[in-house]
Design a protein around this ligand. Structure first.
Ligand SMILES: [Zn+2]
Length: 252
């Protein structure tokens, strides 16, 4: 099977930071313009996904929210968000993260993959990286995502590094490819078991939560312990969706 890419920040695989958050001295405004977000380039994949939240101890948590903006503002309208080109704004649900961040902005996209009003969770594809808006003014233009996080919709950009999967410094982060685990046999009857499903996706996670099962984002999602019946249900969904799956069994 093909190797799996782990999502780091907003991209699967490696992310390059060409320009960090909070800097002055870029090309804009003769070097006097403050950069309220971080610029991220997906090196192995150009699909921007809803990020996980880095807890700060090397672990991540899945976060949920609602798309409040999925649009492009025309330069002629005088609205400064024209600079963002095609952009997505996600408002986090209550109590998702311990920091002050409530709004995530994903800017300069080539194509949007979600609509306003849509619910999203870590891993949901949001957009395709591009250079719309003022990113087209770079010489030469290059595709990237300006990721900006704010406490309020009109507030200033806060430190985005709990969401970007990177440090706030120029560099390359993440892993090109992981050796994929061997897909496991179907869940065995009469055993409680924990399922690990790579890139499980919103429907499988929602189903697991509806079944009342613990769900942990690890590499993909770790779900369980689950009864063999629940495990079969989720395994079947993973098979149908072509999601790589492996299981570890829990003694009971
Ligand atoms: Zn930027």
């Amino acid at each position: 099977m093909t190797q799996a890419l782990k999502q780091t920040g907003i991209f699967k695989g490696r992310t390059r930071v060409p320009y960090a958050y909070g800097c002055f001295g870029y090309t804009r405004g003769d070097g006097k313009t403050w950069h309220g977000g971080i610029d991220l380039v997906g090196m192995d994949d150009d699909t921007i996904c809803m990020p996980y939240y880095e807890n700060g101890d090397g672990t991540q948590r899945a976060i949920r929210g609602t798309v409040t903006r999925a649009r492009k503002v025309d330069k002629a309208s005088g609205d400064r968000t024209w600079e963002w080109g095609w952009y997505i704004c996600v408002q986090l649900d209550a109590d998702q993260t311990p920091d002050a961040v409530n709004f995530l902005y994903f800017c300069h996209n080539e194509k949007l993959l979600v609509k306003a009003g849509q619910k999203v969770i870590s891993g949901t594809p949001l957009a395709v990286m591009g250079n719309s808006g003022n990113a087209a003014l770079n010489d030469p233009p290059y595709k990237h995502c300006h990721l900006e996080v704010r406490a309020t919709a009109t507030g200033v950009g806060l430190d985005p590094t709990r969401y970007s999967g990177t440090k706030n410094a120029v560099g390359t982060y993440g892993t090109a490819a992981l050796p994929a685990p061997e897909p496991a046999d179907p869940p065995m009857a009469a055993q409680l078991q924990t399922l690990c499903i790579l890139d499980a996706g919103e429907d499988i996670v929602a189903k697991a939560q509806a079944l009342g099962l613990p769900v942990r984002p690890v590499q993909g999602f770790e779900i369980g312990p689950a009864s063999s019946g629940d495990a079969m249900t989720l395994w079947g969904m993973a098979q149908a969706a072509g999601k790589p799956y492996y299981a570890s069994y829990t003694e009971e």
